[in-house]
Structure formats: structure tokens, C-alpha cells
Ligand binder design. Structure first.
Ligand SMILES: [Zn+2]
Length: 280
């Protein structure tokens, strides 16, 4: 095949699409033109002494092709994100948590904004390895809020592992290659440790916790922690092991308090309703 023929073949890659013609197509200057966008569907090319008419995409067919390509890429990205989400967010209940589907109480608007901005500024956050310590009473919504962040970042194509320390400790305990579990938690671009402080504080558990947090600190990778433990307690550790871990957390994470006032109010309202109903 000559170079010229190869080029023709390249030009004609979209020939089937280009040749689909509508009733309104017409001939002008010896070339077929699209009746819709009035741009040519054929081109006259000359290379050296050779010349030929080849099919090409008119403007509207080219735009349609671009739209189809974009849709195909978006579908591929979504499938990839969904695969990531399934394997990286350990609690199934949190797979659907989104900022869009949430309305924070007035007292938590600030926390919501901080978390949303954290995602918006992710590249800068990642480069500087900024972490968050999101804390509040049990049931205040901190886990849900953090899952909104995980899902937003995963949708953007990032790898985020959201798990808890008891889960990681169980995984390490059960795994043949224990280092592989730790390597995964250390190497992922964002690690979220949910419900920090609920794990049993045995010496072994604490050493694993410290290893993961310390390795991320040394690798300059961000960490997000959610916890019931007030940040005041984090800055005042009670023993040597806590001191080791907590000082790393203070170095790596900025505190964000979630009040969860709406849930508390809702709970109090329910309790009042029950009182009224049962007369207790
Ligand atoms: Zn057209």
C-alpha cells in the first residue's frame, strides 16, 4: 500500500458516518454538502501528483461524534468510580451519601462548607497533605458527612479508602500478607478512618494504628479521622501510646466540629411524642 493510499484510508476512517446522507444533502463545487449544517461532507485532497475526493465529517456530524465520545467517556468514568466506591468504602450504607442529597442544620452549615471546600480544593489539599479531624457526639452525622466527601472525590476519579481501625485491625489479623493491608492503607491518596477511638486499645492494636498513621505522615499523605473524642482530649493524651498517636493527629489534621443539632432535636421531639403517647 502506498503512502498516499494509507493517508486516504486514514481520512476515510469515518467514511461510513460521513456517507450517511440526508435527503437535503446537495452537490456544490463538485463536493457533497450537508443539507443541515451546509458544510462539505467531502474534501478534495492532493498529495504530490495524486488527488482524490474523500469523505469527511460535516460540522454537525463532527459535533455529534464529539458528544457521543464525551458520553462514552463519562459512562466509562462512572463505571470506574462505581467500582472504586464498592471496593473502597467499606460501609455499604454510605455508598449513596452525597452533599447534594443533604441539608445541614444551621449549626452545621460551616462544617458542611468546610468539607465541601476540602473536595473542591483537593489538588491543593493533596499536595500539602492537609487532613481533617471531624468530631462530635455519636449520631451527629460526622460519618455521613465524611462519606459525602469520599463519594465526591471518588466521582472525581480519586482513590479514597474509607474504613475504620477495627476493620483494618481485623483485616491485618486475618490476612496472610499483613504488610499488604498496611501498604494499602498507607499508599491510598486519601485515607479516612471512621469512628476513631472505638477500637480496643490493646498494645498490639495501638502499635498498628500508630504504624499506619505514622507511615502516612512520613509519606506526606492526607488523613481524615472521624471520632467521638473531643479535640481537647486529643491535645491532652493520657498515656505514652496515646501521646505518640495523638501528636501525629494534631500534626496532620485540622479539627472540625459537627454539632448535629438537628438530629438531637429530632430525637428529643420523638422522645416528647412518645411521652405524650404513652403518658409517661
Ligand atoms: Zn451536517
Amino acid at each position: 500500500m502506498s503512502e498516499f493510499e494509507r493517508m486516504l484510508l486514514g481520512f476515510s476512517a469515518n467514511v461510513a458516518k460521513a456517507m450517511e446522507h440526508g435527503d437535503s444533502d446537495y452537490l456544490e463545487n463538485g463536493l457533497v454538502h450537508c443539507g443541515k449544517c451546509h458544510t462539505p461532507k467531502q474534501a478534495n485532497i492532493t498529495i504530490g501528483e495524486n488527488s482524490a475526493i474523500v469523505w469527511c465529517l460535516c460540522k454537525c456530524a463532527e459535533e455529534q461524534q464529539k458528544r457521543e465520545d464525551a458520553e462514552r467517556h463519562a459512562a466509562m468514568r462512572k463505571a470506574e468510580s462505581d467500582r472504586n466506591r464498592q471496593s473502597m468504602i467499606c460501609d455499604r450504607k454510605l455508598l449513596g451519601a452525597t452533599f447534594e442529597g443533604s441539608t445541614p442544620s444551621a449549626r452545621d452549615t460551616h462544617a458542611f462548607k468546610v468539607c465541601e471546600k476540602y473536595c473542591d480544593k483537593w489538588q491543593e489539599v493533596k499536595e500539602n497533605s492537609y487532613g481533617l479531624y471531624i468530631y462530635g457526639n455519636p449520631g451527629c452525622g460526622k460519618t455521613f458527612l465524611t462519606a459525602c466527601m469520599a463519594n465526591r472525590l471518588i466521582d472525581g476519579g480519586e482513590r479514597v479508602l474509607m474504613t475504620s481501625l477495627p476493620r483494618i485491625i481485623n483485616d491485618i489479623f486475618a490476612a496472610e500478607d499483613k504488610n499488604a493491608v498496611i501498604r494499602r492503607a498507607v499508599s491510598v491518596p486519601l485515607l479516612i478512618l471512621d469512628d476513631f477511638g472505638t477500637e480496643q486499645q490493646s498494645a498490639y492494636n495501638m502499635s498498628q494504628v500508630y504504624r499506619i498513621i505514622d507511615d502516612r505522615y512520613n509519606a506526606n499523605k492526607p488523613l481524615i479521622i472521624t471520632s467521638n473524642i473531643d479535640f481537647d482530649q486529643i491535645v491532652r493524651p493520657q498515656n505514652v501510646q496515646q501521646k505518640q498517636i495523638y501528636s501525629r493527629i494534631v500534626d496532620m489534621c485540622t479539627p472540625v466540629k459537627v454539632e448535629g443539632a438537628w438530629r438531637m432535636r429530632q430525637g428529643m421531639q420523638k422522645s416528647k411524642e412518645l411521652h405524650d403517647l404513652l403518658g409517661v
